[in-house]
Design a binder for this molecule. Structure first.
Ligand SMILES: Nc1ncnc2c1ncn2[C@@H]1O[C@H](COP(=O)(O)OP(=O)(O)O)[C@@H](O)[C@H]1O
Ligand SMILES: [Mg+2]
Length: 520
């Protein structure tokens, strides 16, 4: 099992909450463009307005030049020359479609003429309006931008004729808003349309512009995903800007460190497993020899003892034997009985040792990746096959079978081992007379099976329950009930279940009994 496995299936918890960088940048860019456009629009409006003022100034200048003689302008316009030129001035301005009213320096009207094209009525100019006039010494006339648009539905422009030394009079020009607005509106709409086009255009250009610097980030993400999904050898590409290259370098260094420490750990585990496997192999050979010789010796001794008995019987039948020989034979017979006891112990212990080595070897093999030979197996038939053997081992204990036919893909001999180990445990931990063991088999969804072995035995304490699948673990009390075990039986079962991608767990209550569950 790799140390990465626990990170493997972690979902992206923040995916919903965090917006994408590209969308964020995009929104910011577009927002900036819109703000700029609004600013430009304001400037545009302002300049439109001043253009209007300049146009009127020009209108007025030309009209004044038309109305006054060259010499009058050169000598400086006086109130008298202004009053004399008034009718011509009124005509000239109204010809241009402007409503106009003239005042003398004391703000008394000296004539007015309304254009037939503009329905606006001129409002009387008040002295306070004059105070906002801009000073302009070099021009013939000066325009004051006295706006009264909102209140009177028209735009009013006021001009001073003459110079600051001598004011010759005032000219008031008026335009209806109703005539001005369509022009302004048209201009604004035009501007709005152009702005919209600019926004769309900028947005379209921005997509590749923003994407380009983000591309290395996407490559980093793709690499990270591959590494997460198992490509632990892969490293981040050194692409993009200084920041992404630096990030990639640092993560690569960290990955190298991690990989080497994982490698060290794997090597150590590998060496350990190899050691167990080798050691078990080496142990097996001499054990087999010892066992073989013990068996042979025992058999020979047995036949010797039998011979002795025959001899004794022949002595009984008064067949003659030398006294000395008889005595020796009888002493040897005593020694032989002692030897036999020793040999029997050796035989028993060798048997246990063989069992232990066999279990260790099997565990090592399973851990080294021994693959189960998978076939469709009818589980209830396997249980039934083992029933006679279980009955012998159970003695006076009762075994109840509750089996439903289930066919699953599994290794039959491994399955037999599971059954054997579980039922043997149940037998070992139940009372020889009152013991009841139940073996249950049920089909589950998706071609899976649930096997349970229940007993009414000693049970397992809660704090020990979690450890019973560990190697060499034996719960307290197990040694008295079943002295031979080494605590490997359930570890083997758990390994077999693991290579079958199954599940195993136990429920137990002290003094009531235990149920082992195996899902395959
Ligand atoms: N059916 C059971 N009832 C009570 N205790 C059990 C049962 N099965 C297993 N155990 C406990 O789990 C321990 C480990 O079992 P196992 O791996 O088979 O080793 P062993 O049988 O060699 O002791 C046992 O020593 C025992 O304490
Ligand atoms: Mg056991």
């Amino acid at each position: 099992m790799s140390i990465f496995s626990k990170f493997k299936r972690q979902p992206f918890r923040n995916r919903k909450r965090a917006g994408s960088l590209i969308r964020d940048l995009y929104a910011r860019y577009v927002a900036v463009v819109v703000i700029l456009l609004v600013l430009v629009a304001a400037i545009q409006f302002e300049s439109l307005h001043s253009a209007l003022v300049v146009a009127n100034e020009n209108n007025l200048s030309f009209a004044l030049r038309d109305a006054l003689s060259e010499s009058a302008i050169e000598q400086g316009i006086t109130p008298q020359t202004f009053a004399k030129a008034a009718p011509r001035l009124l005509l000239a301005l109204s010809m241009r479609g402007i409503n106009v009213r003239l005042y003398d320096p004391q703000l008394h009207p000296i004539g007015e003429r309304l254009s037939k094209y503009d329905p606006a009525n001129l409002i009387p100019v008040r002295p306070d309006m004059l105070q906002v006039m801009r000073k302009n010494e070099t021009r013939v006339c000066r325009i004051a931008s006295a706006y009264v648009m909102q209140t009177h539905g028209q735009m009013l422009l006021l001009a001073t004729v003459g110079s600051s030394r001598q004011i010759a009079g005032y000219v008031e020009l008026g335009y209806s808003e109703s005539l001005l607005y369509p022009i302004l509106l048209q201009q604004s709409l035009k501007f709005l349309l152009i702005s919209l086009l600019v926004v769309v255009f900028v947005a379209a250009i921005l997509i590749p512009v923003i994407r380009a610097p983000l591309r290395p980030l996407h490559r980093l993400i793709e690499t990270a995903l591959r590494i997460r999904d198992g490509a632990f050898q892969e490293r981040f590409p050194l692409v993009g800007t200084h920041e992404t290259v630096r990030l990639a370098e640092i993560i690569n260094d960290a990955l190298d460190l991690l990989a080497s420490s994982v490698k060290r750990e794997q090597d150590a585990t590998e060496r350990m497993k190899q050691f167990v496997s080798d050691a078990s192999h080496e142990l097996r050979t001499p054990l087999t020899a010892i066992r073989g010789f013990t068996d042979v010796l025992l058999r020979r001794l047995d036949s010797y003892v039998q011979d002795l008995e025959v001899l004794q019987r022949s002595v009984h039948l008064k067949t003659e034997l030398p006294d000395e020989l008889m005595a020796r034979l009888l002493t040897n017979a005593e020694k032989v009985t002692g030897m036999r006891q020793g040999l029997l112990t050796m035989q028993r212990e060798t048997g246990r040792l063989e069992e232990l080595v066999r279990d260790l070897l099997q565990l090592a093999k399973l851990e080294q990746g021994l693959k189960p030979q998978l076939f469709d197996v009818e589980l209830s038939a396997v249980v039934e096959m083992l029933q006679p053997q279980f009955q012998v081992l159970a003695g006076a204990r009762q075994i109840i079978y509750d089996l439903r036919p289930v066919v699953i893909l599994c290794d039959q001999s491994m399955l037999q081992q599971i059954l054997y180990n579980l039922v043997m445990n149940a037998i070992q931990h139940t009372d020889p007379k009152q013991g009841i063991i139940q073996v249950r088999l049920r089909p589950l969804e998706k071609q899976r099976a649930l096997l349970t072995v229940t007993d009414n035995g000693s049970g397992i304490a809660k704090e020990q329950l979690a450890r019973i699948f560990d190697r060499f673990y034996r719960a307290s009390g197990a040694r008295e009930r079943h002295p031979g075990g080494a605590g490997l039986g359930l570890a083997i079962v758990a390994e077999i279940v693991r290579v079958h991608n199954g599940r195993i767990w136990a429920e137990s209550e002290l003094g009531v009994g235990t149920t082992m569950f195996v899902e395959l």
